[in-house]
Design a binder for this molecule. Structure first.
Ligand SMILES: Cc1cc2nc3c(=O)[nH]c(=O)nc-3n(C[C@H](O)[C@H](O)[C@H](O)COP(=O)(O)O)c2cc1C
Length: 368
C-alpha cells in the first residue's frame, strides 16, 4: 500500500530529542537481525545496513547485550561489553554520522529468555518461573529453562552492567542509548506482576516492581547525562506471558520516579486503541515516541495525525525501515513500499539485510 506525505508533513519536521537534533520524527525502531559474530561483535555488514537507513530522524539499533550473561536469547545477537564490540559499534556510528544520521544503541538484558546453550551460563530472572517458549539453539529448537531467581544483592551488579555499557556506547560515538524495558526481557520481567513474585524491595507493589527499571535509568543518566538516555516500555504486553494485570500502576510508578530526570525520550510500544494508552500517555510530559506495534498495520497517515495533534513527538517504525532504506523518499513521492521478507529477518548474510532496493535502484534503466 502506498502513502503520500507532504514534504511539509509534521512527521518530517525536525525535533530536539534530549541532546540530539533529529531532522525528522520518523524514527527507526529497534530490530534484532541476528547477523552478529558468535562473540557478540556486530557484523561487518552492519555499518552499511544502518548507514543505508540514516535518513531516519533517529535510528535505534537492535537490542545489544550489556554483559556476557545478559544475552543468550537468540543466536548471533550483538553485545557492548568488550573492546572489540565497542570498536565495531564505533565504525557503525561513524558510518551513520557520515550520512548525516543519528543513532542510539539499545541496551538489553534478556533475563529468563536466555538459553544456556546460547549464553553459556545460567539464566536469571526476578523469580524462578520459566517462559513457556522455545528458542533456536545450535542444536535446534529447545524450550527455555527455569531461570534462577536473582539474589537481592546481585541486582546492583546488573545496574552497573547497564551503566558500563552506556559508557562504552557513548565512547563509541553513539548519540545516546535506549534502555530496553519492553517486550518481556529482564526489566519488563521485574515490572510484571505475573512473573515477578519477589518478596523483597524489587517485588510486590508497583513502586517495588518499578525499582529496577528506575535504578537502571538513574545509573545510566549519572554516567552519560539525561539528554542521551531513552527508555522503551511495552505496557501490558510482551507477546508472551510477561505482562501486568494492572499496567497503569507500575508504569505510573516508573514514570513518576524518572520524570524529574528529564531524559531524552520515552518510547512506548503500544496499540493506541488500548484502554491504558491514554492514561500512560498522560503521565509523561517529555518527548514521547510511539511505536504502534505489530497488532495494527503501520499507517503513516494515522501517525502523521498523531504528530499533528501533538499526541506524540515522533513515531518509531520497524519493518517499514527494514524493507525500505529510503522510506522517507518513498513516502514523499507516494511510491510503493517494498514488503519485508520475513524469511530473512534473522538469517545470516547480506540477503534481506543490505540488498533491499532503493527507488533510485528500482527505477534505474537496466544496462546490458
Ligand atoms: C525482526 C524484528 C526484530 C525486532 N527486534 C527488536 C529489538 O531488538 N528490540 C526491540 O525493542 N524490539 C524489537 N522488535 C519490535 C520492533 O521494534 C517493533 O516494535 C515491531 O516490529 C512493531 O513495529 P512495526 O510494525 O513498525 O514493525 C523487533 C521486531 C521485528 C519484526
Amino acid at each position: 500500500m502506498a502513502f503520500t506525505l507532504d514534504e511539509k508533513a509534521s512527521l518530517l519536521t525536525p525535533v530536539q530529542v534530549g541532546d540530539t537534533a533529529a531532522s525528522n520524527r520518523l524514527f527507526m525502531a529497534p530490530l534484532t537481525r541476528s547477523r552478529a559474530q558468535a562473540d557478540g561483535t556486530p557484523s561487518d555488514l552492519a555499518a552499511e545496513y544502518y548507514s543505508q537507513r540514516a535518513a531516519a530522524g533517529i535510528i535505534v539499533t537492535e537490542a545489544t547485550s550489556v554483559s556476557a550473561t545478559a544475552g543468550g536469547a537468540y543466536l548471533n545477537t550483538p553485545g557492548i561489553y568488550t573492546d572489540l564490540h565497542e570498536q565495531k559499534w564505533a565504525e557503525i556510528a561513524a558510518a551513520v554520522h557520515a550520512q548525516g544520521g543519528k543513532i542510539f544503541l539499545q541496551l538489553w538484558h534478556v533475563g529468563r529468555m536466555a538459553h544456556p546453550d546460547i549464553s553459556g551460563g545460567e539464566s536469571v530472572a526476578p523469580s524462578a518461573i520459566a517462559a513457556n517458549l522455545t528458542t533456536h539453539t545450535p542444536s535446534g529448537k529447545q524450550p527455555l529453562p527455569v531461570p534462577r531467581a536473582l539474589e537481592t544483592a546481585e541486582i546492583a551488579g546488573i545496574v552497573a552492567d547497564f551503566r558500563a555499557a552506556a559508557r562504552r556506547a557513548v565512547d563509541a560515538g553513539m548519540d545516546g542509548v535506549e534502555i530496553h524495558g519492553a517486550n518481556g526481557y529482564l526489566l519488563h520481567q521485574f515490572a510484571s506482576d505475573v512473573v515477578n513474585q519477589r518478596t523483597d524491595t524489587y517485588g510486590g507493589s508497583p513502586a517495588n516492581r518499578a525499582r529496577l527499571t528506575a535504578e537502571v535509568v538513574e545509573a545510566v543518566v549519572a554516567e552519560i547525562g539525561a539528554g542521551r538516555v531513552g527508555l522503551r516500555i511495552s505496557p501490558g504486553n510482551s507477546g508472551g506471558d510477561v505482562h501486568e494485570v494492572d499496567a497503569v500502576g507500575v508504569y505510573e510508578a516508573i514514570v513518576n520516579r524518572i520524570e524529574p530526570l528529564d531524559i531524552a525520550y520515552l518510547h512506548v510500544l503500544m496499540n493506541p486503541a488500548d484502554q491504558a494508552f491514554g492514561e500512560i500517555r498522560g503521565l509523561w510530559s517529555g518527548t514521547f515516541v510511539l511505536n504502534t506495534g505489530r497488532e495494527i498495520a503501520t499507517d503513516f497517515c494515522q501517525l502523521e495525525s498523531f504528530v499533528d495533534m501533538g499526541a506524540i513527538s515522533a513515531a518509531a517504525v520497524g519493518r517499514a525501515y527494514l524493507a525500505n532504506p529510503d522510506l522517507i523518499d518513498r513516502l514523499v513521492l507516494g511510491a510503493e513500499l517494498n514488503e519485508p521478507d520475513v524469511s530473512t529477518f534473522y538469517a545470516p548474510g547480506p540477503a534481506g539485510y543490505i540488498d533491499y532496493p532503493t527507488l533510485a535502484v528500482a527505477v534505474a534503466p537496466q544496462t546490458a
